[in-house]
Design a protein around this ligand. Sequence first.
Ligand SMILES: Cc1cc2nc3c(=O)[nH]c(=O)nc-3n(C[C@H](O)[C@H](O)[C@H](O)COP(=O)(O)OP(=O)(O)OC[C@H]3O[C@@H](n4cnc5c(N)ncnc54)[C@H](O)[C@@H]3O)c2cc1C
Length: 300
Amino acid sequence: MREAHPGLPDFDYVRPADLEEASRFLAQNPQTARPFMGGTDTFVRLRDGFWKETRYLVDVKNLDGRSEITFDPQKGLTVGAAVSMNQVVANPRVGSHYSLLAQAAHRVASYQLRTRATLVGNVCNASPAGDTLGACLLFGGVLRVHGVEGFRDEPLASFFQGPGRTALKPGDIVTAIRFPLPVPGSVGHYEKLGRNLLSDLAIVGVTVLGHPDSSTASGYRFHLALASVGPVPVVLPDLLTQAPVTPEALEEAAGQAMESCHPIDDVRGSARYRKLMVRNLSRRALTRVWEGLQSGYRGE
Ligand SMILES: Cc1cc2nc3c(=O)[nH]c(=O)nc-3n(C[C@H](O)[C@H](O)[C@H](O)COP(=O)(O)OP(=O)(O)OC[C@H]3O[C@@H](n4cnc5c(N)ncnc54)[C@H](O)[C@@H]3O)c2cc1C
């Protein structure tokens, strides 16, 4: 039987001088070298024996310009890769324009862990249970990536390929995540069900973003993302557009969310429980957003 925590193996800590050196080193050692930021996933995976081939941990958090959050009223928000969850939660620009992102970041683990854990690390880790993935997807996040051939953009919509698998290639280092301006009047809400309120991964996570839209019959458009119910986040765009938004319509959309996912049984919950919780939490999140849209509330 595999030991639960075999312990940290020997590894070399590598601190490159710049992004070019870091990408080159990672590309030259594709099986054995990994980049890391806060290390909150990295060291647990290493300690628990999941990454047996890793020999080099490449610290990419201290390279220039990646610990800042910037906001441009024309272009939107840029969160540097080394920005911690607590910085995201506390940032006034995030709070006033992307409060759903702050809300989701606030649900990651505990305060102590959030001082180390980064938003970009959560995304690159590509856990189906990642709390911030839904908000990042619904806000149209695009990763800025430095690889051996230079910089490129990687939209999140096509980034996640399976648990722990992404569109990143050996040598790629994410330097930031960018979000366009949200649609005016957007309201978001995140519902997370864990085994406890603190420091546990989601059994189910439901993220909802809604906004007024004069081109739809309902006058609104809602987008929903599900965590922990499949190998990659499930996104249901463009809900509640066809008819007036009523309690029945919200219930129907929640049922649609439940039917759209195919979770598995695992230690944190059965597939059946998860599906039912998707329906219940979706109903709650959609209702909160709808109430917010009517009252001008923008999300907690
Ligand atoms: C006790 C505990 C509780 C937790 N609870 C939660 C929770 O409630 N919700 C939740 O979502 N997560 C949770 N996590 C997971 C973790 O804290 C988050 O995923 C965190 O945001 C990861 O960020 P990091 O900077 O620590 O990532 P790291 O560990 O540094 O990296 C994570 C992964 O991303 C890759 N990576 C990191 N940075 C880059 C980069 N710049 N370019 C390319 N690849 C990169 C690494 O190679 C690695 O594969 C928990 C972890 C622990 C230990």
